[in-house]
Write a new protein. Structure first.
Length: 263
């Protein structure tokens, strides 16, 4: 039986008639971590916005458990897919707990309030993300890393099968970047949440991902496991750098060091 839960078929999308991604196809298997990487302007965020239904594609389709995501009921999608975009400036004046409670809306009937089960899941999400002690703090009183963990808590309160993350470590210092990446990996490992994310840092991508999807010139240039990607011509052809590849002694994943820019 196939464990493919999301399928992207010949997807093209853009803005005001300008095509930003073109003819993109890939599959997402349950329980894996996928990172989309590529140079600035290659279409990473546009791809994530199309996959998460924030923009409608000009061609192709996104299938969720075999069903066209753009024809599905919004609440039904939200029970399966949680989305965390690059910047979250709304609802900054609410408490962490209130924010996380919003994650339960897709599971609530319009005529009823939050149930005891909803509150248990909110508690679980706060604990899972290390935010239980911050539950009564306002979002705008948190550090960048704490704020990102609060938004991830809201996302997992949806109890999704798939978590879509658009550059979750943007604007964070290195310690908070690692904190968020470790949290994402733990959610995948312990809760079997499938992760599809856009990452800017290649070393984060290769350390934490099962597969990399490399974009160049608005298309997929290559897809594969981290070792196959870094041992190919991707760094030279796509990122325009000469690199030295070594092995992380702790977990056996590759690490790359850029040595020179290719002009």
């Amino acid at each position: 039986m196939s464990n493919v839960i999301m399928q992207v078929n010949h997807l093209s999308a853009g803005y005001q008639g300008h095509k930003v991604i073109e003819d993109i196809s890939f599959q997402v298997e349950q329980g894996k971590i996928y990172s989309i990487i590529g140079p600035n302007g290659c279409g990473k965020t546009t791809l994530m916005r199309a996959v998460s239904r924030n923009i409608r594609p000009s061609a192709g389709q996104v299938l969720l458990d075999g069903e066209n995501i753009f024809k599905m009921n919004t609440r039904k999608v939200a029970r399966k897919v949680a989305v965390l975009s690059q910047s979250n400036n709304t609802m900054s004046d609410v408490s962490v707990r209130t924010l996380v409670q919003y994650g339960r809306f897709a599971h609530m009937a319009w005529w009823q309030g939050r149930s005891a089960q909803d509150e248990r899941i909110v508690d679980w999400a706060l604990e899972k993300t290390g935010m239980a002690d911050f539950a009564n703090r306002k979002i705008n009183a948190l550090s960048g890393g704490e704020r990102q963990r609060a938004w991830i808590a809201m996302s997992i309160a949806q109890k999704p099968e798939i978590l879509l993350l658009d550059e979750p470590t943007t604007y964070l210092d290195i310690s908070h970047q690692l904190e968020i990446m470790e949290l994402v990996a733990r959610l995948n490992r312990e809760e079997n949440i499938t992760i599809l994310m856009v990452l800017h840092d290649i070393n984060h991508a290769v350390r934490y991902s099962d597969e990399l999807i490399v974009l160049q010139d608005h298309r997929i240039y290559r897809q594969g496991d981290p070792w196959s990607i870094l041992s190919s011509d991707v760094l030279e052809k796509v990122f325009r750098v000469q690199a030295q590849i070594t092995t992380d002694s702790e977990n056996g994943t590759p690490i790359f060091y850029a040595k020179a820019v290719i002009r």
